[in-house]
Design a protein around this ligand. Structure first.
Ligand SMILES: NC(=O)c1ccc[n+]([C@@H]2O[C@H](COP(=O)([O-])OP(=O)(O)OC[C@H]3O[C@@H](n4cnc5c(N)ncnc54)[C@H](O)[C@@H]3O)[C@@H](O)[C@H]2O)c1
Length: 264
């Protein structure tokens, strides 16, 4: 039975933002939560908030782009909490640069974290899931996997690749009762968004912020807890026939053809 009270979930990149919201949402459902980030300890807000609410959580430092670091984390989680039933691949690098001049090592690092990371996580999670008779992988992709802006070219390429990786693994792991899905958030209120807005001139930032109301059909940015709710749903038995697909949580942004301005 997926998602029973003592199921273990590991959430990567979960010290803040969407990852923290995902960790808190799974804890609220009774999951025991392995909270990962590249550098993290049990004093972090995410673990403290879960424990304060009566839940079970432990912090695990690991670099998702390093397969050995990932394997070590899964070994420790099995020892501390038991086998992992659900993985949420949330950790990612976001950056904004001119793709025609970006340094090759920056490109390689971004692709290794944003695409390699989820792949290494799935490889290490499989023996855990097989020992349980199944499991669920939720990859956090992005609206950028569908549509982008010039300065997000490399990030967008990584997020498109993650949607393809989701489909491929869904096919190969279906016979082992492992579902693989992705969630693609639109613009969501986190530090990454503050970073993007902070890099703009004041005038450009005002235009950008004013534009949210008109370009996002629901008229606002998303909240991390709204992305987390989608991840919890997709990992649950309520989504038992859903695999190999992407779930856009973007306030309708991708549905909106902004070429036409007629708005009755
Ligand atoms: N915020 C948005 O508007 C938005 C929109 C679409 C998609 N997303 C996606 O949602 C996810 C979370 O976004 P966020 O805005 O909360 O970002 P964030 O930058 O706040 O969180 C990312 C986390 O990943 C961690 N991390 C980075 N490299 C790592 C590594 N090698 N190993 C382990 N951890 C690592 C970081 O330390 C950080 O805590 C990302 O996958 C992002 O691409 C965000």
């Amino acid at each position: 039975m997926l998602g029973d009270a003592s199921s273990v979930v590991v959430v990567t990149g979960a010290t803040g933002g969407i990852g923290q919201a995902v960790a808190l949402a799974f804890a609220a459902e009774g999951y025991h939560v392995a909270v990962n980030d590249i550098r993290i300890d049990d004093d972090c807000d995410t673990v403290r908030l879960i424990k304060a609410a009566g839940g079970v959580a432990r912090a695990y430092s690991a670099d998702v782009s390093d397969p050995q670091s990932v394997q070590g984390m899964f070994d420790s989680i099995r020892e501390d909490l038991g086998p992992v039933r659900v993985v949420v691949n949330n950790a990612a690098l976001y950056d904004s640069f001119d793709p025609s001049v970006v340094e090759p090592d920056v490109v390689v690092r971004m692709l290794t974290v944003d695409v390699g990371g989820p792949l290494f996580m799935i490889q290490s999670a499989l023996p855990h899931m097989e020992s349980l008779g199944g499991g669920v992988i939720v990859n956090i992709s992005s609206l950028n996997g569908y549509v982008t802006i010039p300065q997000n070219t490399v990030y967008a390429s990584a997020k498109s690749a993650l949607i393809s990786l989701t489909k491929g693994f869904a096919l190969s792991l279906a016979p082992r009762n492992v579902r693989v899905v992705s969630v693609s958030p639109g613009f969501t209120e986190t530090k990454a968004v503050s970073y993007y807005l902070g890099a703009l001139s004041e005038e450009r930032r005002r235009v950008e912020l004013d534009g949210h109301n008109s370009r996002i059909p629901l008229g606002r940015l998303g909240r991390p807890d709204e992305i987390a709710d989608a991840a919890v749903f997709l990992a649950s038995d309520a989504a038992s026939f859903i695999t190999g697909t992407d779930f856009l949580v973007d306030g309708g942004t991708h549905a909106y053809n902004t070429v036409f301005t007629y708005n009755p």
